[in-house]
Design a protein around this ligand. Structure first.
Ligand code: URA
Length: 269
C-alpha cells in the first residue's frame, strides 16, 4: 500500500473512532493523551479541611477613658495634708487649679506677718489692693486692722513672736467685684485653712467676718457671734466684726475695742 492510501486509512479509522465515541456519549475532549484510570494509585483521602481557627473573639470596642470630674475638696485635702511646712503649703495653694477665682486673680494672696506669732488673724478674701500687692489686708480695712492691733501692742512687722501678728484669709484669690465667697469655694479652701492653722500653730485665733466664721464653725451671724470665745482646732478663737464693717459702721468700734482688750487678756493669761 502506498503512503497516500495509508493516510487515507488512518483518517477514516480516526473518523470512525470519533463517531463511536460520540455514540457512546463522549461530549468533551479532556486531554490529548489517554489516561488509564485503573492503573492510577489509590486515590488519596481528600485532605481534611484545615482545622478551623478558634473563633475570633468579638471585638470589644476600646472604652473611652472615663473622665471623672475631680473633687476639688478631696484634691485640696490631699494637697494640704501633704504639706509639712508653711512653705510647702504656700506652694500647694499656688499650684491648686480647681478654684475658678484663681483664673481672674492677679496674685495668690497667702499670708503676711510673722508665722511665729501667738495670734493668727483669719480674714475673708483679698480685695483689689491685696490682689495687686499679693499680701492680705493692705487696703483701707487692712490699715485699720493694723491700727487696732497696734493699740494692744501687736504688729505684723514684729520679729518678736510675743508681739507679732500672723495674717491670712480663707480665700487665697480675689472674688470678682469683691462678692462674698460661695459656700463651695469656702469648702474647697477649708482643708488649706485648717492645715495653715496647724502649721502656724498660734495660741489664739481671731476670725474677722462671716466667711472665716462659717469656715471654722459652720455658722454665720458674725454680729451675734462677735465677742464670744469659742474653740477651733483645740485653741481659743474669738469672732470679731470685719474692719471693713467698722469703716462703714463706726459705732461698732466700741465693741471691737472690747474684743481687742479680751484678746490682750487672753494672751497675757
Ligand atoms: N478683707 C479681708 O478679709 N481680707 C483681706 O485681705 C482684705 C480685705
Amino acid at each position: 500500500m502506498g503512503i497516500a492510501s495509508d493516510i487515507a486509512a488512518d483518517w477514516h479509522a480516526a473518523l470512525a473512532a470519533l463517531a463511536w465515541q460520540l455514540d457512546a456519549g463522549v461530549d468533551e475532549a479532556l486531554s490529548d493523551t489517554p489516561v488509564d484510570r485503573y492503573g492510577l494509585p489509590e486515590a488519596q483521602p481528600a485532605p481534611r479541611p484545615a482545622a478551623a481557627a478558634p473563633a475570633a473573639r468579638p471585638q470589644t470596642p476600646t472604652p473611652e477613658p472615663v473622665r471623672t470630674a475631680l473633687d476639688p475638696v478631696a484634691v485640696a485635702a490631699a494637697a494640704a495634708a501633704a504639706a509639712r511646712t508653711l512653705d510647702d503649703l504656700r506652694e500647694a495653694v499656688a499650684a491648686f487649679d480647681l478654684c475658678e477665682l484663681k483664673k481672674g486673680a492677679r496674685n495668690t494672696v497667702f499670708s503676711d506677718g510673722n508665722p511665729a506669732a501667738r495670734l493668727l488673724i483669719l480674714g475673708e478674701a483679698p480685695g483689689r489692693d491685696e490682689d495687686l500687692a499679693g499680701r492680705p489686708f493692705v487696703g483701707r480695712a487692712g490699715q485699720l486692722l493694723d491700727r487696732m492691733f497696734a493699740a494692744i501692742g501687736l504688729s505684723r512687722q514684729s520679729p518678736d513672736a510675743e508681739s507679732a501678728l500672723y495674717i491670712t484669709n480663707v480665700m487665697f484669690w480675689r472674688p470678682p467685684g469683691n462678692r462674698d465667697p460661695e459656700p463651695a469655694e469656702i469648702a474647697m479652701m477649708k482643708p488649706f485653712v485648717l492645715r495653715h492653722i496647724e502649721l502656724a500653730d498660734p495660741q489664739v485665733i481671731v476670725v474677722m467676718g462671716n466667711t472665716p466664721l462659717s469656715c471654722l464653725t459652720g455658722h454665720r451671724g458674725i454680729l451675734r457671734a462677735r465677742g464670744n470665745w469659742t474653740t477651733a482646732l483645740d485653741r481659743p478663737m474669738l469672732p470679731m466684726t470685719h474692719p471693713a464693717y467698722l469703716l462703714r459702721n463706726p459705732a461698732a468700734k466700741r465693741d471691737a475695742w472690747a474684743d481687742l482688750l479680751a484678746i490682750r487678756e487672753r494672751l497675757r493669761g
